[in-house]
Design a protein around this ligand. Structure first.
Ligand code: SAM
Ligand code: SF4
Length: 404
């Protein structure tokens, strides 16, 4: 531990492992909650926070899940009070994920007044029958109502999550959802193509031949997404993420840095990008607390048990519930960092990569970059390598080449 020193870890992720009901596509670790287990979990989480607090000075804090908004007011108060006691509040960006069915004005006000300044709302679709098919617990109306509640509570930095290439989703339905979602005027948009995760009902339906997967349609939908989001003023900064520039008059937003945007390309990060995720993609350290959470602290990767009962038992004994940990060899760590950074439109500035990893992208990965340039996916200039905006969707394939 490095108590009180300046190299304390600046990223904090906390996993809330509960949902009202499991969605058909989702493989995140979460289960339907019982009041007793949630209370036990909250106490265990506070114990885990106590164990790492001296090594933390959060610049970004992210409560994900699962469904963090499922916790009741009392449970939130307990967590936030503990964070205050441990001097973990005051992050520049403090995000809580919400499901539209679980947002209330009381809860939103409590979060806002305690320093939460960003909400990420899982919307997925605004088509009633698709919401039903996905097993979502909310209607489209609840999305609009929750969004209004968040604004009333004072949130001026809200992300909306959408999914595309959902079975049964036509291009027209997708375009209509996009149009309505963009009309909400959120500050951030995340939109992922459906991933068929093992052991989910949607995966089983696909395997049983209940629907066909249409890759061409998925590509068209991705193009619709980039086009519509850009036309409504968003800047794409990652394969699936779009942010706006902060309005200067907005009190809790961070003004755009003059360094952050370069003319003529998208090699930039908008000021309302999710800073917490940018830290992941830039190879920064973060603690991951709660069942199933992964962390990455100075090259040490940890993964907590994906079992809430076991998580609580361990913490009740005063030990962290770490299932596995691995100290990555420096070159492998640098390769992964290179790969993550390629997900961003900005790619890597060679200088920055060297500062973060102590490796030189231009010597160690020169052939890989050349290959990507030849394939037409990559662009290499004197100071930077990045994928072209159009070919960012091949980031996963490109990333493979950088792993060592
Ligand atoms: C933890 S959830 C968001 C918060 C909340 N649990 C909710 O669903 O409303 C994170 C996001 O991951 C995305 N996601 C989850 N499973 C996915 C899958 N199989 N394919 C694509 N996106 C997925 C969804 O957009 C979801 O909003
Ligand atoms: S998408 Fe969100 S609400 Fe649905 S099961 Fe996953 S974590 Fe829970």
């Amino acid at each position: 531990m490095t108590a009180g020193s300046d190299d304390r870890v600046a990223g904090l992720y906390i996993h809330i492992p509960f949902c009202a009901q499991k969605c058909a596509y989702c493989a995140f670790f979460s289960e339907a909650s019982s009041g007793e287990l949630v209370n036990r979990y909250v106490a265990a989480l506070i114990r885990e926070l106590e164990l790492v607090a001296t090594d933390l000075k959060p610049t970004t804090c992210f409560f994900g899940g699962g469904t963090p908004s499922l916790l009741n007011l009392r449970q939130w108060e307990q967590i936030l009070r503990a964070m205050e006691r441990l001097q973990l509040l005051g992050a520049e960006e403090f995000t809580v994920e919400c499901n539209p069915a679980t947002v209330s004005l009381d809860k939103a006000k409590l979060l806002r007044s305690s320093g939460v300044n960003r909400i990420s709302m899982g919307v997925q679709s605004l088509d009633e029958s698709l919401l039903d098919r996905l097993g979502r617990i909310h209607t489209r109306d609840m999305v609009f109502k929750s969004f209004d509640i968040l604004r009333t509570a004072g949130f001026d930095n809200v992300n909306v999550d959408l999914m595309f290439a959902i079975p049964g989703q036509s291009r027209e339905i997708w375009r209509a959802t996009l149009k309505e979602a963009l009309a909400l005027g959120s500050e951030h948009l995340s939109s992922y193509e459906v991933i068929y995760e093992d052991d989910t009902p949607l995966f089983a339906q696909m395997k049983a031949g209940e629907f066909d997967v249409d890759e061409d349609l998925a590509c068209d939908m991705y193009e619709d997404l980039v086009e519509a989001a850009t036309a409504s003023g968003f800047h794409q900064y990652e394969v699936a993420n779009f942010g706006r520039e902060a309005r200067l008059e907005s009190p809790s937003s961070i003004p755009p840095s003059p360094r952050s945007r370069l003319p003529g390309d998208n090699a930039s990060v908008p000021s309302l990008a999710c800073k917490h995720n940018v830290n992941y993609w830039r190879g920064g350290s973060y603690y991951g607390l709660g069942p199933s959470a992964t962390g990455y602290v100075r090259g040490l990767r940890t993964k907590n048990w994906s079992n809430t009962q076991l998580y609580c038992e361990q913490l009740e004994k005063g030990i962290r519930a770490i299932e596995s940990q691995e100290q990555l060899p420096p070159l492998r760590r640098a390769g992964e960092t290179a790969a993550f950074g390629l997900r961003m439109n900005a790619g890597w500035l060679f200088n920055e990569f060297r500062r973060v990893t102590n490796f030189d992208l231009q010597t160690e990965w020169s052939r890989d970059m050349d290959q990507l340039v030849q394939r037409g996916w990559g662009r290499r200039t004197t100071d930077r390598f990045r994928l072209t905006d159009r070919d960012l969707r091949f980031a996963d394939a490109a990333a493979e080449m950088f792993l060592r």
